[in-house]
Design a protein around this ligand. Sequence first.
Ligand code: ZN
Length: 115
Amino acid sequence: MRSTSRNTSSATSIKWLRLRDIAESLVNNEFSVQIHASTLLDREIKAAVNVYDKSVDIAVNLAYAKTLKRVIDLLAHELAHVRLNTEDDNHPEFRKEFAYLQKEIALLYDAKGGA
Ligand SMILES: [Zn+2]
């Protein structure tokens, strides 16, 4: 593979712990966040989130977690649910929040070092 641009990076080179830390920072470190890569989810479910007490569990469907960009999109979507405290994809603030998180996660990912 010649390309090293992040848009073409494969799932194995995605820095999952870095994404976890970024997710925690985006919920103001009020929750511990875990990201679970799953082959269990139904094909039509790209990701899912569960909030319990001070824990946020995000499951990403490995069928969709092929590139960093896709993973960021999935995390941004699920974190928008957490930050807006809604299960509704049609919440009036959802699109705006999703777009903000997409941008922010990508920026923080590029800025951070580490695993
Ligand atoms: Zn949703």
